[in-house]
Ligand binder design. Structure first.
Ligand SMILES: NC(=O)c1ccc[n+]([C@@H]2O[C@H](COP(=O)([O-])OP(=O)(O)OC[C@H]3O[C@@H](n4cnc5c(N)ncnc54)[C@H](O)[C@@H]3O)[C@@H](O)[C@H]2O)c1
Ligand SMILES: O=P(O)(O)OC[C@@H](O)[C@@H](O)[C@H](O)[C@H](O)CO
Length: 380
Protein backbone atom coordinates (compact mmCIF):
# COMPACT_ATOMS: atom_id res chain seq x y z
CA UNK A 1 0.00 0.00 0.00
CA UNK A 2 1.42 3.33 -1.06
CA UNK A 3 0.51 6.84 0.02
CA UNK A 4 1.72 10.18 -1.30
CA UNK A 5 1.41 13.09 1.10
CA UNK A 6 1.81 16.67 -0.16
CA UNK A 7 3.23 18.98 2.54
CA UNK A 8 5.83 17.51 4.92
CA UNK A 9 5.21 20.36 7.36
CA UNK A 10 3.91 20.31 10.92
CA UNK A 11 0.61 18.52 10.46
CA UNK A 12 1.97 16.47 7.56
CA UNK A 13 4.73 14.87 9.61
CA UNK A 14 3.09 15.27 13.02
CA UNK A 15 -0.25 13.70 12.16
CA UNK A 16 -1.13 12.59 8.61
CA UNK A 17 2.15 10.84 7.77
CA UNK A 18 2.21 9.23 11.22
CA UNK A 19 -1.31 7.77 10.87
CA UNK A 20 -0.63 6.55 7.32
CA UNK A 21 2.53 4.75 8.45
CA UNK A 22 0.67 3.23 11.44
CA UNK A 23 -1.91 1.88 8.98
CA UNK A 24 0.83 0.16 6.99
CA UNK A 25 1.34 2.57 4.09
CA UNK A 26 4.72 3.26 2.55
CA UNK A 27 4.61 7.04 2.68
CA UNK A 28 6.31 9.38 0.22
CA UNK A 29 6.16 13.04 1.28
CA UNK A 30 6.18 15.68 -1.44
CA UNK A 31 7.38 19.15 -0.47
CA UNK A 32 9.27 22.19 -1.76
CA UNK A 33 11.42 22.52 1.36
CA UNK A 34 14.71 20.91 0.33
CA UNK A 35 16.06 20.66 3.91
CA UNK A 36 13.10 18.51 4.96
CA UNK A 37 12.96 16.53 1.70
CA UNK A 38 16.70 15.77 1.75
CA UNK A 39 16.61 14.69 5.40
CA UNK A 40 13.65 12.36 4.78
CA UNK A 41 15.41 10.86 1.74
CA UNK A 42 18.60 10.32 3.69
CA UNK A 43 17.11 8.93 6.91
CA UNK A 44 13.75 7.37 5.95
CA UNK A 45 12.61 7.93 9.51
CA UNK A 46 11.69 10.73 11.91
CA UNK A 47 10.29 11.16 15.40
CA UNK A 48 7.05 12.60 16.74
CA UNK A 49 7.11 13.79 20.36
CA UNK A 50 4.09 14.34 22.60
CA UNK A 51 3.59 17.61 24.51
CA UNK A 52 1.63 15.97 27.31
CA UNK A 53 2.09 14.86 30.90
CA UNK A 54 3.22 11.37 29.82
CA UNK A 55 5.36 12.79 27.01
CA UNK A 56 7.19 10.15 24.99
CA UNK A 57 8.24 9.85 21.37
CA UNK A 58 7.25 7.65 18.43
CA UNK A 59 9.40 6.70 15.46
CA UNK A 60 7.87 6.95 12.02
CA UNK A 61 9.74 4.53 9.77
CA UNK A 62 9.83 3.59 6.11
CA UNK A 63 9.17 7.07 4.76
CA UNK A 64 10.76 8.89 1.87
CA UNK A 65 10.28 12.18 0.04
CA UNK A 66 10.36 14.00 -3.30
CA UNK A 67 10.85 17.64 -4.14
CA UNK A 68 8.00 18.81 -6.35
CA UNK A 69 10.09 21.68 -7.74
CA UNK A 70 13.12 19.67 -8.86
CA UNK A 71 11.54 16.20 -9.25
CA UNK A 72 8.10 16.69 -10.84
CA UNK A 73 8.45 13.60 -13.07
CA UNK A 74 9.21 11.40 -10.06
CA UNK A 75 6.18 12.84 -8.26
CA UNK A 76 3.99 12.00 -11.26
CA UNK A 77 5.40 8.47 -11.33
CA UNK A 78 4.74 8.08 -7.59
CA UNK A 79 1.12 9.19 -8.04
CA UNK A 80 0.76 6.54 -10.78
CA UNK A 81 1.40 3.86 -8.14
CA UNK A 82 -0.35 5.38 -5.13
CA UNK A 83 -3.47 4.07 -3.40
CA UNK A 84 -4.04 7.18 -1.33
CA UNK A 85 -3.01 10.82 -1.87
CA UNK A 86 -3.29 13.27 1.03
CA UNK A 87 -2.44 16.96 1.34
CA UNK A 88 -1.65 19.42 4.13
CA UNK A 89 -0.12 22.38 2.30
CA UNK A 90 -2.60 25.14 3.17
CA UNK A 91 -5.90 25.87 1.35
CA UNK A 92 -4.45 28.53 -0.96
CA UNK A 93 -1.80 26.13 -2.28
CA UNK A 94 -4.21 23.42 -3.46
CA UNK A 95 -4.46 25.13 -6.84
CA UNK A 96 -0.64 25.05 -7.09
CA UNK A 97 -0.32 21.30 -6.52
CA UNK A 98 -3.37 20.40 -8.63
CA UNK A 99 -1.56 20.29 -12.04
CA UNK A 100 0.95 17.73 -10.78
CA UNK A 101 -1.77 15.62 -9.16
CA UNK A 102 -3.85 15.83 -12.35
CA UNK A 103 -0.95 14.63 -14.50
CA UNK A 104 -0.14 11.76 -12.11
CA UNK A 105 -3.78 10.68 -12.04
CA UNK A 106 -4.02 10.87 -15.84
CA UNK A 107 -1.14 8.43 -16.19
CA UNK A 108 -2.64 5.82 -13.83
CA UNK A 109 -4.11 2.49 -14.78
CA UNK A 110 -7.70 3.69 -14.87
CA UNK A 111 -9.11 0.44 -13.38
CA UNK A 112 -7.49 1.04 -9.98
CA UNK A 113 -9.30 3.39 -7.61
CA UNK A 114 -7.46 6.19 -5.85
CA UNK A 115 -8.50 8.31 -2.86
CA UNK A 116 -7.43 11.97 -2.68
CA UNK A 117 -7.98 13.58 0.73
CA UNK A 118 -7.26 17.25 1.44
CA UNK A 119 -6.44 17.60 5.15
CA UNK A 120 -6.72 21.37 5.29
CA UNK A 121 -8.66 23.70 7.59
CA UNK A 122 -11.47 24.47 5.19
CA UNK A 123 -14.99 23.38 4.41
CA UNK A 124 -15.10 21.11 1.37
CA UNK A 125 -11.31 20.85 0.98
CA UNK A 126 -11.16 17.64 -1.08
CA UNK A 127 -14.00 18.73 -3.38
CA UNK A 128 -12.18 22.02 -3.88
CA UNK A 129 -9.04 20.09 -4.82
CA UNK A 130 -11.12 17.94 -7.17
CA UNK A 131 -12.37 21.11 -8.89
CA UNK A 132 -8.77 22.35 -9.21
CA UNK A 133 -7.67 18.99 -10.69
CA UNK A 134 -10.64 19.14 -13.09
CA UNK A 135 -9.21 22.36 -14.56
CA UNK A 136 -6.34 20.23 -15.93
CA UNK A 137 -7.81 16.77 -16.41
CA UNK A 138 -11.24 15.20 -16.67
CA UNK A 139 -11.85 13.49 -13.34
CA UNK A 140 -12.40 9.73 -13.74
CA UNK A 141 -15.16 7.89 -11.92
CA UNK A 142 -12.88 5.96 -9.61
CA UNK A 143 -10.83 8.95 -8.46
CA UNK A 144 -12.49 9.68 -5.11
CA UNK A 145 -12.13 13.01 -3.28
CA UNK A 146 -13.83 12.56 0.13
CA UNK A 147 -13.98 15.69 2.29
CA UNK A 148 -12.21 15.54 5.64
CA UNK A 149 -11.68 17.40 8.92
CA UNK A 150 -8.38 17.18 10.78
CA UNK A 151 -7.68 18.33 14.30
CA UNK A 152 -4.39 18.28 16.21
CA UNK A 153 -2.52 21.36 17.41
CA UNK A 154 0.99 21.34 15.99
CA UNK A 155 2.87 24.59 16.72
CA UNK A 156 5.84 26.03 14.83
CA UNK A 157 8.85 23.80 15.46
CA UNK A 158 12.24 25.08 16.59
CA UNK A 159 14.50 22.01 16.90
CA UNK A 160 17.98 21.26 15.68
CA UNK A 161 16.59 18.18 13.91
CA UNK A 162 14.50 19.50 10.98
CA UNK A 163 12.31 16.37 11.02
CA UNK A 164 11.46 16.14 14.72
CA UNK A 165 7.96 17.40 15.41
CA UNK A 166 6.24 17.89 18.75
CA UNK A 167 2.47 17.64 18.85
CA UNK A 168 -0.37 17.62 21.37
CA UNK A 169 -1.64 14.14 22.21
CA UNK A 170 -5.26 14.81 21.14
CA UNK A 171 -6.24 14.19 17.54
CA UNK A 172 -9.34 13.81 15.41
CA UNK A 173 -9.46 12.94 11.70
CA UNK A 174 -12.91 12.57 10.15
CA UNK A 175 -13.55 11.46 6.55
CA UNK A 176 -16.85 11.50 4.67
CA UNK A 177 -17.87 8.16 3.14
CA UNK A 178 -20.84 9.19 1.01
CA UNK A 179 -20.04 8.32 -2.60
CA UNK A 180 -17.18 5.95 -1.70
CA UNK A 181 -17.23 2.28 -2.73
CA UNK A 182 -17.63 -0.41 -0.01
CA UNK A 183 -13.93 -1.27 -0.12
CA UNK A 184 -12.61 2.23 0.63
CA UNK A 185 -9.31 2.09 2.53
CA UNK A 186 -9.53 2.49 6.33
CA UNK A 187 -6.83 4.64 7.91
CA UNK A 188 -5.93 4.05 11.54
CA UNK A 189 -7.47 6.56 13.92
CA UNK A 190 -9.91 7.97 11.35
CA UNK A 191 -13.62 8.34 12.13
CA UNK A 192 -15.70 7.65 9.02
CA UNK A 193 -19.04 9.47 8.74
CA UNK A 194 -21.72 9.76 6.06
CA UNK A 195 -22.04 13.53 6.40
CA UNK A 196 -18.95 15.57 7.29
CA UNK A 197 -20.69 18.95 7.52
CA UNK A 198 -21.51 18.90 11.28
CA UNK A 199 -17.99 17.67 12.06
CA UNK A 200 -16.07 20.18 9.97
CA UNK A 201 -18.25 23.08 11.13
CA UNK A 202 -18.03 22.04 14.78
CA UNK A 203 -14.24 21.87 14.46
CA UNK A 204 -13.71 25.00 12.34
CA UNK A 205 -16.22 27.15 14.29
CA UNK A 206 -14.90 26.06 17.70
CA UNK A 207 -11.21 25.13 17.56
CA UNK A 208 -10.31 27.50 14.74
CA UNK A 209 -12.70 30.35 15.59
CA UNK A 210 -11.49 30.29 19.21
CA UNK A 211 -7.88 30.02 18.15
CA UNK A 212 -8.20 32.87 15.63
CA UNK A 213 -9.84 35.23 18.12
CA UNK A 214 -7.28 34.36 20.81
CA UNK A 215 -4.54 35.19 18.31
CA UNK A 216 -5.95 38.48 17.00
CA UNK A 217 -6.96 39.78 20.45
CA UNK A 218 -3.63 38.42 21.72
CA UNK A 219 -1.74 40.45 19.13
CA UNK A 220 -3.73 43.54 20.08
CA UNK A 221 -2.62 43.12 23.70
CA UNK A 222 0.99 42.28 22.71
CA UNK A 223 0.93 38.60 23.73
CA UNK A 224 3.33 36.08 22.23
CA UNK A 225 1.45 32.80 22.49
CA UNK A 226 -2.11 31.49 22.61
CA UNK A 227 -1.70 30.14 26.16
CA UNK A 228 -0.38 33.52 27.32
CA UNK A 229 -3.32 35.29 25.63
CA UNK A 230 -5.81 33.21 27.57
CA UNK A 231 -4.37 34.32 30.91
CA UNK A 232 -5.66 37.83 30.11
CA UNK A 233 -9.33 38.13 31.14
CA UNK A 234 -10.07 40.57 28.30
CA UNK A 235 -8.97 37.99 25.73
CA UNK A 236 -10.38 34.98 27.53
CA UNK A 237 -13.78 36.61 27.73
CA UNK A 238 -13.59 37.55 24.03
CA UNK A 239 -12.80 33.97 23.02
CA UNK A 240 -15.47 32.44 25.25
CA UNK A 241 -18.15 34.88 24.11
CA UNK A 242 -17.47 34.03 20.46
CA UNK A 243 -17.46 30.30 21.19
CA UNK A 244 -20.83 30.47 22.95
CA UNK A 245 -22.11 32.30 19.86
CA UNK A 246 -20.82 29.70 17.42
CA UNK A 247 -22.07 27.05 19.87
CA UNK A 248 -25.56 28.49 19.63
CA UNK A 249 -25.35 28.35 15.83
CA UNK A 250 -24.11 24.74 15.86
CA UNK A 251 -26.91 23.72 18.22
CA UNK A 252 -29.45 25.37 15.90
CA UNK A 253 -28.00 23.85 12.74
CA UNK A 254 -27.14 20.34 13.87
CA UNK A 255 -29.08 19.75 17.08
CA UNK A 256 -25.97 18.99 19.16
CA UNK A 257 -26.61 18.27 22.82
CA UNK A 258 -26.01 21.59 24.66
CA UNK A 259 -24.25 19.93 27.60
CA UNK A 260 -21.93 17.98 25.31
CA UNK A 261 -21.18 21.06 23.25
CA UNK A 262 -20.38 23.15 26.35
CA UNK A 263 -17.96 20.40 27.38
CA UNK A 264 -16.45 20.46 23.86
CA UNK A 265 -15.87 24.23 24.18
CA UNK A 266 -14.22 23.83 27.59
CA UNK A 267 -12.06 20.95 26.35
CA UNK A 268 -10.79 23.16 23.55
CA UNK A 269 -10.08 26.06 25.92
CA UNK A 270 -7.90 23.58 27.87
CA UNK A 271 -6.13 22.54 24.66
CA UNK A 272 -5.37 26.22 23.90
CA UNK A 273 -3.92 26.56 27.42
CA UNK A 274 -1.65 23.51 27.20
CA UNK A 275 1.45 24.76 29.07
CA UNK A 276 3.67 22.33 27.15
CA UNK A 277 2.82 23.89 23.81
CA UNK A 278 4.38 27.19 22.83
CA UNK A 279 1.91 28.09 20.07
CA UNK A 280 2.96 31.43 18.67
CA UNK A 281 0.41 34.07 17.71
CA UNK A 282 2.08 34.50 14.31
CA UNK A 283 1.22 30.90 13.37
CA UNK A 284 -2.38 30.92 14.53
CA UNK A 285 -3.05 34.39 13.09
CA UNK A 286 -1.38 33.58 9.74
CA UNK A 287 -3.16 34.35 6.46
CA UNK A 288 -5.79 36.77 7.81
CA UNK A 289 -7.37 37.29 4.37
CA UNK A 290 -8.19 33.57 4.24
CA UNK A 291 -9.46 33.61 7.82
CA UNK A 292 -11.65 36.67 7.11
CA UNK A 293 -13.13 35.26 3.91
CA UNK A 294 -16.93 34.78 3.84
CA UNK A 295 -16.65 30.98 3.95
CA UNK A 296 -14.21 30.71 6.86
CA UNK A 297 -14.21 30.53 10.71
CA UNK A 298 -15.15 34.13 11.55
CA UNK A 299 -17.50 35.70 9.00
CA UNK A 300 -19.48 32.58 8.04
CA UNK A 301 -20.77 31.79 11.56
CA UNK A 302 -21.32 35.49 12.32
CA UNK A 303 -23.44 35.96 9.18
CA UNK A 304 -25.41 32.79 9.79
CA UNK A 305 -26.16 33.85 13.37
CA UNK A 306 -27.29 37.33 12.34
CA UNK A 307 -29.49 35.83 9.61
CA UNK A 308 -31.20 33.83 12.36
CA UNK A 309 -31.65 36.97 14.45
CA UNK A 310 -29.05 35.82 17.01
CA UNK A 311 -26.39 38.16 18.40
CA UNK A 312 -22.82 37.76 17.08
CA UNK A 313 -21.10 40.61 18.88
CA UNK A 314 -18.21 38.48 20.16
CA UNK A 315 -17.49 37.33 16.62
CA UNK A 316 -17.79 40.92 15.35
CA UNK A 317 -15.18 41.94 17.93
CA UNK A 318 -12.89 39.08 16.88
CA UNK A 319 -13.27 40.07 13.23
CA UNK A 320 -12.44 43.69 14.08
CA UNK A 321 -9.31 42.48 15.90
CA UNK A 322 -8.32 40.47 12.80
CA UNK A 323 -8.63 43.66 10.75
CA UNK A 324 -6.20 45.45 13.09
CA UNK A 325 -3.65 42.60 12.90
CA UNK A 326 -0.32 43.29 11.23
CA UNK A 327 2.58 40.92 10.63
CA UNK A 328 4.99 42.33 8.01
CA UNK A 329 6.29 38.79 7.33
CA UNK A 330 2.85 37.49 6.39
CA UNK A 331 1.99 38.39 2.79
CA UNK A 332 -1.77 38.35 3.39
CA UNK A 333 -1.46 40.54 6.47
CA UNK A 334 0.70 43.01 4.52
CA UNK A 335 -1.78 43.08 1.63
CA UNK A 336 -4.77 43.62 3.94
CA UNK A 337 -3.00 46.33 5.90
CA UNK A 338 -1.93 48.19 2.76
CA UNK A 339 -5.49 47.95 1.41
CA UNK A 340 -7.02 49.36 4.61
CA UNK A 341 -4.48 52.19 4.68
CA UNK A 342 -5.20 53.07 1.04
CA UNK A 343 -8.96 52.58 0.77
CA UNK A 344 -10.26 52.52 4.34
CA UNK A 345 -12.01 49.93 6.48
CA UNK A 346 -15.40 50.10 4.71
CA UNK A 347 -13.91 49.21 1.32
CA UNK A 348 -11.80 46.46 2.93
CA UNK A 349 -14.93 44.96 4.44
CA UNK A 350 -16.50 44.96 1.02
CA UNK A 351 -13.49 43.59 -0.83
CA UNK A 352 -12.37 40.83 1.54
CA UNK A 353 -15.31 39.97 3.81
CA UNK A 354 -18.01 40.65 1.19
CA UNK A 355 -19.85 42.69 3.81
CA UNK A 356 -21.33 46.15 3.52
CA UNK A 357 -20.62 48.73 6.20
CA UNK A 358 -24.36 49.39 6.43
CA UNK A 359 -25.52 45.87 7.16
CA UNK A 360 -25.91 44.96 10.86
CA UNK A 361 -22.79 42.77 11.02
CA UNK A 362 -20.66 45.19 8.98
CA UNK A 363 -21.61 48.14 11.17
CA UNK A 364 -20.87 46.20 14.41
CA UNK A 365 -17.46 45.25 13.07
CA UNK A 366 -16.69 48.86 12.20
CA UNK A 367 -17.76 50.09 15.66
CA UNK A 368 -15.40 47.58 17.29
CA UNK A 369 -12.65 48.35 14.79
CA UNK A 370 -12.82 52.07 15.56
CA UNK A 371 -12.79 51.44 19.31
CA UNK A 372 -9.78 49.15 18.85
CA UNK A 373 -7.91 51.76 16.84
CA UNK A 374 -8.15 54.05 19.87
CA UNK A 375 -7.11 51.17 22.12
CA UNK A 376 -4.11 50.42 19.89
CA UNK A 377 -3.04 54.04 20.21
CA UNK A 378 -3.54 54.06 23.98
CA UNK A 379 -1.67 50.78 24.72
CA UNK A 380 1.06 51.25 22.08
N1 LIG B 1 -0.53 22.84 12.42
C1 LIG B 1 -1.76 22.56 12.84
O1 LIG B 1 -2.04 22.66 14.05
C2 LIG B 1 -2.82 22.12 11.87
C3 LIG B 1 -3.87 21.33 12.36
C4 LIG B 1 -4.88 20.93 11.51
C5 LIG B 1 -4.84 21.32 10.18
N2 LIG B 1 -3.80 22.08 9.73
C6 LIG B 1 -3.83 22.45 8.32
O2 LIG B 1 -2.81 21.74 7.64
C7 LIG B 1 -2.29 22.53 6.57
C8 LIG B 1 -0.79 22.68 6.76
O3 LIG B 1 -0.55 23.32 7.99
P1 LIG B 1 0.84 23.18 8.75
O4 LIG B 1 0.65 23.81 10.08
O5 LIG B 1 1.34 21.82 8.66
O6 LIG B 1 1.73 24.15 7.86
P2 LIG B 1 3.28 24.00 7.49
O7 LIG B 1 3.69 25.30 6.92
O8 LIG B 1 4.03 23.46 8.66
O9 LIG B 1 3.28 22.88 6.35
C9 LIG B 1 2.95 23.12 5.02
C10 LIG B 1 3.99 22.43 4.17
O10 LIG B 1 3.60 22.53 2.80
C11 LIG B 1 4.79 22.70 2.07
N3 LIG B 1 4.48 23.24 0.73
C12 LIG B 1 4.32 24.51 0.33
N4 LIG B 1 4.10 24.56 -0.98
C13 LIG B 1 4.11 23.29 -1.44
C14 LIG B 1 3.97 22.69 -2.72
N5 LIG B 1 3.75 23.44 -3.80
N6 LIG B 1 4.09 21.36 -2.82
C15 LIG B 1 4.31 20.59 -1.72
N7 LIG B 1 4.45 21.11 -0.48
C16 LIG B 1 4.36 22.43 -0.34
C17 LIG B 1 5.63 23.64 2.91
O11 LIG B 1 6.99 23.65 2.53
C18 LIG B 1 5.39 23.05 4.29
O12 LIG B 1 6.34 22.05 4.59
C19 LIG B 1 -3.07 23.83 6.62
O13 LIG B 1 -4.19 23.76 5.78
C20 LIG B 1 -3.53 23.90 8.06
O14 LIG B 1 -4.69 24.67 8.23
C21 LIG B 1 -2.79 22.48 10.54
O1 LIG C 1 -3.96 26.34 10.14
P1 LIG C 1 -4.79 27.60 10.05
O2 LIG C 1 -3.97 28.78 9.61
O3 LIG C 1 -6.05 27.42 9.28
O4 LIG C 1 -5.27 27.91 11.54
C1 LIG C 1 -4.34 28.05 12.58
C2 LIG C 1 -4.69 27.14 13.74
O5 LIG C 1 -5.94 27.53 14.26
C3 LIG C 1 -4.79 25.67 13.29
O6 LIG C 1 -3.65 25.25 12.62
C4 LIG C 1 -5.04 24.75 14.49
O7 LIG C 1 -3.89 24.60 15.26
C5 LIG C 1 -5.52 23.39 14.02
O8 LIG C 1 -6.58 23.52 13.14
C6 LIG C 1 -5.88 22.48 15.16
O9 LIG C 1 -6.44 21.32 14.64
Amino acid sequence: MKAIHFGAGNIGRGFIGLQLVKTGYEVCFVDVNSTVVDALKARHTYEVGYASEQGGRERVDGVTALNSLSEPDQVIAAIRDADVITTAVGPSLLSKIAPLIAEGLRQRDQQTPVYVIACENMIGGSKHLQAEVAKHQTVAENWYFPNAAVDRIVPLQHHEDPLYVEVEEFFEWVIETTGLPEAYPRIEGVTYVENIEPFIERKLFTVNTGHAIASYLGALFHKETIAESLTDPRIRRGVQTALYETGWLLLEKYGFNPVDHSAYIQKNMKRFENPRIHDEIIRVARSPIRKLSPSDRLVKPAKELMERGIEADGLARGIAAALTYFDPNDSESSELNAYITKYGIEDALNAYLKLSATDPLGSRIIEHYEAMQQQVNSIA
